[in-house]
Design a protein around this ligand. Structure first.
Ligand code: COA
Length: 172
């Protein structure tokens, strides 16, 4: 196993790679993007893939592989954000429909939280799931995020989404 791979029993996460573009297309379906402003265009998807490959520059994105056969089943990651005048990490997750409901997002995010905490950079990680996204809000709750407030969040750019602001302490 490469140094950059981290695994728990259910999944492993790998830094985003060139070959993960196919996974990104599969994550960009209408069903998957229901709470994220709908599917992105071809150009937006290719730009997203390029950003994901830039790793440490604009955050860290990972593909999620199911053990033991290493099928690619989703994406997780985190990136810096200024929130209420403080530098924090924002995080996000996606798991393909056929694999949902098996604890995969939660297992992958446990590894992500460990990675972000090990950096010892920012004290908090936030997630902003839409108030209409029960699965994503459940993932926050299961991971021990605390619900801070309801807020209006611009996503995708130009559209307002009502979200819950969840946060977990990474250090200290
Ligand atoms: C959100 C998402 C990543 C969850 O992935 P997952 O691997 O199924 O997540 P988990 O299995 O770890 O946990 C899901 C939890 O949501 C719960 N859940 C699912 N649908 C639910 C619903 N309609 N109402 C209440 N809880 C629900 C599950 O019961 C489970 O909790 P439990 O283990 O306590 O039973 C997945 O649904 C997804 O990719 N959705 C589309 C993309 C998206 O919305 N991403 C999040 C943007 S903030």
């Amino acid at each position: 196993m490469k140094m950059t791979e981290r695994s728990h029993h259910l999944v492993q996460i790998n830094p985003w790679e060139e070959q993960d573009l196919d996974l990104l297309y599969r994550l960009n379906s209408p069903e998957m993007m229901e709470h994220l402003g709908g599917p992105e265009t071809e150009e937006q998807t290719l730009n997203r893939h390029k950003r994901y490959l830039e790793h440490d520059l604009v955050g860290r994105m990972f593909s999620v592989q199911l053990l033991p056969n290493l099928e690619s089943v989703g994406s997780v990651g985190y990136w810096p954000k200024i929130w209420k005048e403080e530098l924090v990490y924002e995080t996000g997750w996606s798991v393909l429909p056929a694999y949902q409901g098996n604890g995969i997002a939660t297992a992958a995010m446990k590894i992500v939280i460990e990675e972000a905490a090990a950096e010892n950079k920012y004290p908090y990680m936030h997630a902003f799931p839409s108030i209409d996204n029960p699965a994503s809000n459940a993932v926050c709750r299961k991971l021990g995020f605390q619900r801070i407030a309801e807020c209006e969040f611009e996503y995708p750019p130009g559209a307002l989404m009502r979200c819950h602001d969840w946060r977990i302490k990474l250090n200290g």
